[in-house]
Design a protein around this ligand. Sequence first.
Ligand code: RTP
Ligand code: MG
Length: 143
Amino acid sequence: MAIEQTLSIIKPDAVGKNVIGEILSRFEKNGLRVKAMKMVRLTTEQARAFYAVHADKPFYNDLVEFMTSGPVVVSVLEGENAIAKNRELMGATNPKEAEAGTIRADYATSIDANAVHGSDAPETAVQEVAFFFNNLEVFDRDA
Ligand code: RTP
Ligand code: MG
């Protein structure tokens, strides 16, 4: 298994529910380390760019509106198989389908307000980390 980095976003609904710490704790308890972190409020332009891959989907405008509705916590998580591990901890996109004990099963409200984002592949992870952080903001493995 490879050591990977992945981008996590704690979405506005979860920040609003005051469960930032609960979610970060799940990452830490499951072998992921926080290597970079910040709280930001995305502009419409930034949210559109971040989710550009979904530009032709019917839910795109709602997604952009939701992601700009309040602050989010963006972090780089590192660990063995971090991309898949994070998505396993997140659970299915639709919280109604998310396995019990996953972040979305416990904290998501709906398919739109679904608590967290996680990169879905090595290429998107690299792109998404670079979208939010420069090299100086992502700390070394042992730091
Ligand atoms: P994410 O990108 O946020 O980690 O979520 P994901 O991979 O599980 O899901 P994805 O297909 O990439 O969709 C991105 C986000 O768009 C919203 N969505 N709404 N109404 C709908 O049918 C629908 N489908 C997706 C969700 O908020 C999803 O997280
Ligand atoms: Mg996705």
